[in-house]
Design a protein. Structure first.
Length: 162
């Protein structure tokens, strides 16, 4: 149990460290927000955005996929209604913590918060995680979600912002 808690909390620590590193790289608030939540056509910005997206997706894949892959055993033990509540908890808890961490870190570091970008990232990630097929080896799903997420970020920047 302690090992699981340390593993999950380490993901949030990495996100905080990443936020600090990103702030030291991009002191300007607009660049910080753009690289963190969207991306630019600059290769270093794309790499930073991939790391941030990877950390965010890892929050869901660490907790959600274990429960989905063992769905039959869990439903047998606790029932379908409690299983659905467990899935909902596994999706909402990381989202709430991620939202809180990003709102606080953005406010502390750049003195402004762009909640709409955070919510869009959360909604899209949850949707991708739910819709992708679940197998014992989810490496392909992880790469597919990461690729889709990055293509959307780049296209959003290219067509709407740039």
């Amino acid at each position: 149990m302690i090992k699981k808690i340390l593993k999950i909390s380490s993901n949030y620590v990495f996100i905080l460290i990443f936020n600090l590193a990103l702030f030291f790289i991009y002191q300007d608030a607009n660049n910080y927000i753009t690289v963190k939540y969207i991306t630019t056509n600059n290769p270093i910005d794309i790499m930073i955005s991939i790391i941030f997206t990877f950390l965010f997706l890892k929050l869901y894949f660490d907790s959600y996929y274990y429960i989905v892959l063992n769905r039959n055993n869990i439903i047998t033990r606790i029932g379908r209604k409690k299983y659905n509540l467990l899935i909902l908890k596994q999706l909402l808890l990381p989202s709430i913590i991620f939202f809180t961490i990003n709102v606080l870190s953005d406010y502390i570091l750049i003195k402004s918060v762009n909640i709409i970008y955070i919510i869009i990232n959360i909604i899209f990630t949850i949707t991708c995680v739910i819709l992708l097929p679940k197998r014992k080896e989810y490496n392909n799903e992880f790469l597919i979600v990461l690729l889709i997420f990055m293509l959307m970020k780049i296209s959003y920047f290219t067509f709407l912002i740039y």
